[in-house]
Design a binder for this molecule. Sequence first.
Ligand SMILES: N[C@@H](CCC(=O)N[C@@H](CS)C(=O)NCC(=O)O)C(=O)O
Length: 215
Amino acid sequence: MRLYGRARNSAGWRVRIALHLKGVPFTYVPIGGLPPGAWRALNPQGLMPALEIDGRVVAQSGAILELIEELHPDPPLLPADPVARAEVRAFAGLIAADLHPLNNNRVRKYLAGPLGRSPAEIQAWYEHWLATALASLEETLRRRDGGGPFCFGSRPTLADLHLVPQLYNARRFACDLASYPLLVAADAACREVPAFRAAAPEKLPDFTGTDPAWI
Ligand SMILES: N[C@@H](CCC(=O)N[C@@H](CS)C(=O)NCC(=O)O)C(=O)O
């Protein structure tokens, strides 16, 4: 398997965590090192990540995660109970479908470029959508009380591997996380897990920059 992405590509980070949790070997390919045009030729969607498997290329982190779960069911990334599975998917879905698309790089670039928005306005945009989503997720965990230490109980699930990159990004953008103690606690528990550590951006060859260290 070859996983294409960039070090801080948060959707790809979800996939890296899943692969490490399941002990699936893969080769990470930074798309910054590909020749001009090669990335679009490989992945017409043009967004990161993409997974190449047996010469076929799969886009979209959700589709890739489902594929990995089907090929490598152990350890599972979903609970056994069907309703709990749906709850985990709903938690992950709020991040993947409702938060991340509003705040990702290309959206911020469009706000800054064609729409001429100032850095302060873009920060306000980012914080607004982040707070809207994190408040919902915090309340979800508070009502459910899965007992921790992870979002939905004693094992990491799809919920955790969506949460961790999102909170990393929130910290990069200096967002205050004090109102979300349950989310912060689950994120802290994930940091203790070797698979989550192995998947961190700092571990990748194309990581550059001065972000606060994840570990
Ligand atoms: N729904 C897609 C989202 C992919 C996505 O937006 N990826 C971002 C990086 S996390 C990207 O490629 N952004 C390019 C850009 O913003 O310029 C998925 O889950 O894979």
